[in-house]
Design a protein around this ligand. Structure first.
Ligand SMILES: [Zn+2]
Ligand SMILES: [Zn+2]
Length: 148
């Protein structure tokens, strides 16, 4: 299998370089599979492709999000998080371990209710919930149990 991260750092024509940078970033998001921040993507890519700069990662991530190649799922804990999965889905952010989970839910009923001529013309929707994930909830329950 062709692995992008195995390619050597050879100087490449500008457009080709951009394409490769974006493929590397997309592959990193996919392999990390954790709704990563630009910082996390940079750490991952630079380990395998040391010549890449942080500015390149930041610039490409925001351009890729604008073009719809990836999703900027919003700011959590001070940094934007990116998703390689572009289909409509919702997120749950755990306030304890800070993991971001995917889940599918149909919000078409809500959308239909608010998309009326006298209300809104909804162009996009971005839904996220926060609280405690199953693991953190269990840990918390155990701690409370031990205190008794
Ligand atoms: Zn958690
Ligand atoms: Zn997601």
């Amino acid at each position: 299998m062709h692995n992008l991260f195995q390619s050597k750092n050879i100087p490449l024509p500008y457009l080709k370089r951009i394409t490769i940078q974006r493929q590397l970033i997309f592959a990193a998001l996919k392999e990390l599979n954790a709704h990563s921040t630009a910082e996390e993507v940079f750490e991952y890519v630079s380990q395998r492709y040391p010549s890449i700069s942080k500015a390149t990662i930041y610039r490409n991530l925001s351009q890729m999000a604008l073009s719809g190649a990836i999703l900027n799922i919003g700011n959590f804990y001070g940094s934007a998080h990116y998703d390689h999965k572009c289909h409509k889905h919702c997120h749950f952010v755990c306030k304890s371990c800070r993991q971001i989970f995917d889940f599918e839910e149909d919000f078409s009923k809500v959308l239909n209710e608010i998309t009326t001529p006298d209300r809104f013309d909804v162009a996009d929707c971005d839904i996220s919930f926060s609280g405690l994930c199953k693991k953190c909830k269990t840990i918390l329950l155990d701690v409370q149990h031990e205190k008794k």
